[in-house]
Ligand binder design. Structure first.
Ligand SMILES: CC(C)(COP(=O)(O)OP(=O)(O)OC[C@H]1O[C@@H](n2cnc3c(N)ncnc32)[C@H](O)[C@@H]1OP(=O)(O)O)[C@@H](O)C(=O)NCCC(=O)NCCS
Length: 169
């Protein structure tokens, strides 16, 4: 597969924002993805391109509170391109960039209903952080992002993963 992962250009935002709701199965996600990721956080925001086709993106940033942490805000892959390693290639690029800047861990959240995202993040080596004990099969934090907005919280240690298997990009 002739896949290129590159830093986002500011103009990529217009293509991403026109696809994002459809890529999330019709959920309104565009409002949570402002242009700033494609302007002020370009070192941590990537797009996946196959030939001329735009097939995925990852929008992240380095924590200003704790610079050892990198946060992935959104990762999305065109439904026609899923299960071909595009999401993994995007995350591997982030992991390599984070490790090369001395960061120790990558964090992300997802909705408890997004079982595909939970399976994907687990496969990428993230652990699910505990929430208040609710007896739920999947640990989540109620109202993490406001009323009704429960979230599963993920953490991946780059030190552990780099010791087990070097990431190649
Ligand atoms: C989650 C998402 C980014 C995965 O992208 P992808 O390119 O299909 O993932 P990959 O092909 O790189 O998969 C990597 C691994 O994760 C697993 N995986 C990916 N999606 C999965 C799913 N829905 N269910 C179970 N496992 C999954 C793959 O099987 C693969 O494991 P393997 O190496 O053992 O085969 C993509 O499905 C997507 O865009 N979903 C909608 C947006 C979303 O929910 N984003 C996450 C929250 S921000």
């Amino acid at each position: 597969m002739n896949l290129t992962i590159r830093h986002a250009e500011p103009d990529d935002y217009d293509r991403v924002i026109s696809s994002v709701d459809a890529w999330w199965g019709g959920r309104h996600m565009a409002g949570m993805l402002p242009r700033l990721f494609f302007t002020y956080f370009r070192p941590w925001t990537y797009v996946a391109v196959h030939d001329e086709a735009f097939v995925g993106f990852l929008a992240g940033f380095q924590s200003q509170t704790d610079p050892s942490q990198v946060y992935c805000h959104f990762i999305g892959v065109d439904p026609a391109w899923r299960s071909r390693g595009v999401g993994e290639a995007l995350y591997q690029r982030l992991f390599v960039a984070a490790a090369s800047r001395g960061c120790d861990e990558v964090l992300a959240v997802t909705a408890p209903t997004n079982r595909g995202s939970i399976a994907f993040h687990t496969r990428m080596g993230f652990i699910l952080l505990p929430g208040p004990d609710s007896g739920s099969e999947i640990p989540f934090t109620p109202a993490y992002d406001g009323p009704g907005e429960d979230r599963v919280r993920f953490r991946k240690s780059l030190r552990d993963s780099l010791m087990r298997s070097p990431v190649i990009c």
